[in-house]
Design a protein around this ligand. Structure first.
Ligand SMILES: C[S@@+](CC[C@H](N)C(=O)[O-])C[C@H]1O[C@@H](n2cnc3c(N)ncnc32)[C@H](O)[C@@H]1O
Length: 166
């Protein structure tokens, strides 16, 4: 594998990739702006909890390497202040760039990380239809939508995407 990386990326980039693979993983948290919170609010709560963080280049995101237990115990997720969301999923939403008033169809949507983020970008105007084949996962999605005050924007559709393809 290393030989292949060096062949494709060159030695310097391959070394960077290997160093990154050996670094401690981090969680990223996305602040829930629909509930009126800003990233500064989230950062203040993390500081109160003495959880070290890094701000992401994406406005809504903060990275933490340690302290997830403290975040959970303080109820930051339950009270809808933030969600655990990988920044790569956030980049997808940046590319979609949802605008107020739009209607968006999210296929294979559950558990809803991108659905929630897209819905929050609509600023109260527009709709996201979240389709998934798995009822239980859709239920989790709608519970999260409620917690994030986005249940009037998001509609769940239980269905098999393959049937829409014909
Ligand atoms: C990796 S998860 C999607 C993650 C989601 N997009 C997010 O951002 O949180 C894949 C989902 O696709 C759903 N799925 C798989 N096959 C499907 C199908 N034929 N029709 C609809 N949903 C399907 C699964 O139930 C699962 O919830």
């Amino acid at each position: 594998m290393v030989r292949r990386w060096i062949r494709f990326l060159g030695k310097e980039e391959a070394l960077k990739l290997m160093n990154w693979n050996n670094s401690d993983p981090y969680f990223s948290l996305r602040v829930n702006t629909t509930n009126g919170y800003t990233r500064d609010d989230l950062v203040n709560r993390l500081e109160d909890l003495q959880v070290h963080y890094e701000k992401s280049i994406m406005d809504e995101f903060v990275r933490i390497r340690e302290g997830m237990q403290a975040v959970l115990q303080a109820g930051l997720l339950k009270e809808g202040m933030c969600a655990v969301q990988d920044e790569s999923a956030g980049f997808v939403v940046s590319v979609v760039d949802p605008q107020p008033g739009e209607t968006i169809m999210d296929c294979c949507a559950a558990p809803g990380g991108k659905t929630l983020f897209m819905a929050s970008r609509l600023a109260g105007q527009g709709k996201v239809s979240a389709l998934d084949i798995n009822k239980g996962r859709l239920r989790i999605l709608m519970e999260a939508a409620k917690c994030h005050n986005l249940d009037d924007i998001i509609t769940d559709i239980h269905g098999d995407l393959r049937l829409y393809a014909t």
